[in-house]
Write a protein that binds this ligand. Sequence first.
Ligand code: PAN
Ligand code: ZN
Length: 187
Amino acid sequence: MNKIIEPEVNVEIESGKLTGSKVITVSKKLSDLANIFRNEDTRREMNQDQVIYRVQAYMPVDEGTEAGLFFGTTIIYPGKVGDEYFMTKGHFHAQSDRAEYYWGIEGEGMLVLMDRERNAWVEKMYKGSLHYIHAGVAHRTVNIGEEKLIFGACWSSDAGHNYDEIIKNGFSARLVELDGEPILVSE
Ligand code: PAN
Ligand code: ZN
């Protein structure tokens, strides 16, 4: 049977915005980010309803499906908890052999990467930057600019997310502002 159909999701190339009935949106407020920032007391004193980041995702197959792909756009708003920039929770993939692509769409950011031995390194993110996140490497994105940081992602539908390890042990490197500049500090 030959037929021409409309795609069920559209991506606005300039902004990464996804539209279509199959798109899901998840917002992370400050209240969802307990024990993520270095200064937990400062986080608790801030407005808990403030949205720190939003993820739009297109998941055309069920989570856990072998060899499928998911596609997402993340927006991190600008701001800090104390001297530490707003960032995602960060995670290892639950399946340790699953990699991922990220690419910068808008704004200025840093991608913090950490292997199983807790060696950490950071890649700059900007419009057009492309990042291959190797399997077994934890990843977190940080907005170091004054505008929104927007990036795209593509990952396996059976990668899964292991957040617990990051909540428990954190990353071995953080990005904080010192004299108006982002600096990398070890935990
Ligand atoms: C991304 C992330 C997204 C939000 O789609 O899930 O940027 O970050 P956290 O999941 O760490 O809150 C991804 O890496 N998926 O695997
Ligand atoms: Zn991931």
